[in-house]
Design a protein around this ligand. Structure first.
Ligand SMILES: [Zn+2]
Length: 298
């Protein structure tokens, strides 16, 4: 038990314990005595041990006699529970988008759980051919430091100057949204850059859905919302100018609460070596994604 917890801490992942049956065999023969562990499924020897007593004592001990519950090892078919087509396999993805029926799923306690998402229309007419849809988390954000709370865009502009002329009255009614890619990139810096640039722009967005019958090309969702929410302070740090010492001191003690996560797919079009977002212009190099993209379906 102790070693399992230590390992979990090192790797940062939760492992499952799998119970596997072994035979303990005490062999006496003319040449002497030996102890062997046999694989009880394949019947092949696993290991010979010089001294069987430690294992035998454990087996005879009271702890072993206590009843306990085995959890069942189950395999979840890697296909869309809605339409039955296989999900595109991307080793790092935790959000699985079905390009056939356009439903999105995540594994939860051994079952597929459906997630809701929205799509940001490209605004171009006719719509672009084969855009890449990249998922972002958008979270309602509250900042708190030295007893002072900030939760509207007007509040945030006191710390970080707005990118354009704004109407303060309107801004005082607008919540602060932080954006973080739901995708891992080869260089983690790309996640911070895209997140802070989109957060800085605070785009006014119309939320839509994918067209019926379309087979959208999506980047795999590989950054969980829990991990994204840990990046709040980094995004805030990127918004506040280095020269603003007062704001930076305020930020040192700041608690960043990211709430009500929504998953939004943004359209990116290929421009030379880059994928460029079609509304805000934020971009990343085409080979920056951690996972290869599948061939687009036409
Ligand atoms: Zn499906």
């Amino acid at each position: 038990m102790i070693s399992e917890v230590a390992l979990q801490r090192i790797v940062g992942l939760r492992f499952s314990v799998i119970y596997f049956p072994l035979w303990y065999v005490d062999c006496s023969h003319e040449g002497g005595r030996e102890f062997v562990l046999l694989d009880a499924v394949g019947q092949s020897p696993v290991q010979a041990i010089p001294d069987g007593d430690p294992i035998l004592n454990k087996l005879r001990g009271n702890d072993t006699r206590k009843s306990f519950q085995f959890s069942e090892l189950r395999f979840l078919p890697f296909r869309c529970p809605n339409c039955g087509w296989a999900f595109p396999f991307r080793p790092l993805s935790i959000l699985h988008f079905c390009p056939t029926c356009r439903h999105l799923f995540r594994e939860k306690e051994g079952e597929w759980a459906e997630l809701t998402y929205s799509v940001i229309p490209s605004g171009e007419d006719p719509p672009p051919k084969n855009p890449l849809w990249v998922p972002f988390w958008r979270c309602r954000t509250r900042l708190e430091s030295s007893g002072e709370r900030m939760e509207t865009m007007a509040d945030l502009h006191r710390l970080a100057p707005p990118p354009r002329v704004v109407d303060p009255n309107r801004e005082s009614r607008k919540p602060i949204y932080f954006y973080i890619p739901a995708v891992k990139f080869r260089n983690p810096q790309t996640i911070h850059n895209l997140g802070s640039r989109l957060t800085f722009v605070q785009p006014d967005l119309n939320l839509g859905s994918f067209e019926d019958g379309s087979h959208p090309l999506t980047a795999g969702g590989s950054l969980a919302v829990e991990d994204a929410q840990d990046l709040g302070l980094i995004i805030l740090g990127a918004l506040i100018p280095q020269a603003n010492r007062k704001a930076r001191a305020w930020m040192q003690e700041c608690r960043v609460e990211l709430q009500d996560p929504q998953l939004l797919y943004f359209p990116f079009s290929r421009v030379d070596l880059f994928w460029k977002e079609m509304i805000t212009g934020i971009s990343f190099q085409h080979n920056a994604l951690s996972e290869d993209l599948p061939e687009p379906q036409r």
